[in-house]
Design a protein around this ligand. Structure first.
Ligand SMILES: [Zn+2]
Length: 325
């Protein structure tokens, strides 16, 4: 099957150590072509450059992303070019050029470390959109924004450079179309502002199909809703640059008696998304109504529990530096 992918799509596969031995090249120039012997079967694979993208054509039926066979070919090609028999490096610019600075583009740890998955939680008015744009600017563009707030990002068009897609309806398919467009556009950062609308729309859709298809049984209707939600989350995580998602949230409070005085105690936040959505992200920042960010989770370990007033460009720059180190 033929499809166009970005270089990073090849890093979605962890490859066996003997990967290069499975690949038999017939051409190492653009278009690269090879036969891959994978688990006893042979696959014809060709890779051709198309601007910043690679056209993958593999005889397997896989239709999305790079397939394991093309990943094997790409990997073998990178290794072969690295060994640099002069005859093979005649053309200095093919496929490998971009991957070369990032040694080990196929190593899972490196790949995951190099992409930010940030969720910004906060009530409306806490500055999620503004912070997202500032952090994205610090990370470095080009920046794409999927805007569900009817132009809330465009208010800042004079301050930041970004492209925006305003979603008219918040179906999973519509979000995914916009995410695919962002991947195809080769953006370095994707902001989805917000993913709460997706969840609201999915809940509405499930209650409609519960009535129309499942005799009012909402639980049964979720047998269709849950895979849709999974599809959404997977698409989001597959974005091959940095991802910043904003999520509306409510802060939950309780009261405590202390020396005869009653004072409020914060017990946590409730994101307006499916329960557990926070586990999909590497980094969680909660924004208070007065725009103070609290780092609730940070996989880099550098910022855990830090309080950041007005998280913005500086934070983005720091993160960009950590992610590549
Ligand atoms: Zn394949």
């Amino acid at each position: 099957m033929k499809r166009t992918v970005t270089l990073r799509a090849f890093s979605d596969y962890s490859l066996p150590d003997n990967a290069p031995e499975m690949v038999q090249f017939s051409s190492m120039e653009d278009p690269v072509s090879a036969v891959v012997n994978w688990e006893g079967a042979n696959y014809d694979v060709s890779l051709a450059k198309d601007g910043k993208k690679i056209v993958v054509n593999c005889s397997c039926p896989e239709t999305e992303g790079a397939c394991i066979h093309s990943a094997l070919v790409f990997h073998a090609l990178v290794l072969a070019k690295k060994k640099a028999k002069p005859a093979l490096v005649k053309e200095p610019e093919p496929l490998v050029k971009k991957a070369a600075p990032k040694q080990g583009v196929f190593a899972k740890a490196t790949k995951e470390d190099s992409r930010l998955r940030l969720a910004l939680f906060g009530p409306s008015g806490s500055g999620k959109t503004y912070s997202a744009l500032r952090i994205a600017t610090g990370l470095g563009g080009p920046i794409a924004v999927i805007d569900t707030e009817r132009g809330s990002a465009s208010k800042y068009a004079h301050k930041f450079e970004f492209d925006v897609a305003e979603l008219g309806d918040f179906s999973v398919d519509n979000y995914i179309d916009a995410m695919v467009a962002a991947i195809e556009g080769g953006y370095n950062v994707l902001i989805i502002d917000s993913i709460s609308h997706q969840w609201e729309a999915l809940k509405d859709w499930v209650s409609i199909i519960a009535e129309t298809k499942f005799k009012g049984n909402t639980w049964s209707a979720w047998s269709q809703g849950t895979p849709k939600q999974r599809e959404f989350v997977n698409a989001m995580l597959r974005f091959d640059g940095h991802l910043i998602a904003t999520i509306r949230s409510k802060t939950e409070w309780t009261t405590q008696q202390n020396n005869g005085k009653t004072r409020p105690i914060r017990v946590g936040i409730t994101p307006e998304q499916r329960q557990g959505i926070e586990y999909e992200f590497d980094m969680l920042i909660e924004l208070s109504p007065d725009h103070v960010g609290t780092v609730l989770k940070d996989r880099t370990g550098e910022l855990q529990d830090e309080i950041i007033k007005l998280p913005g460009e500086e934070l983005g720059k720091k993160l960009a530096a950590w992610l590549v180190s």
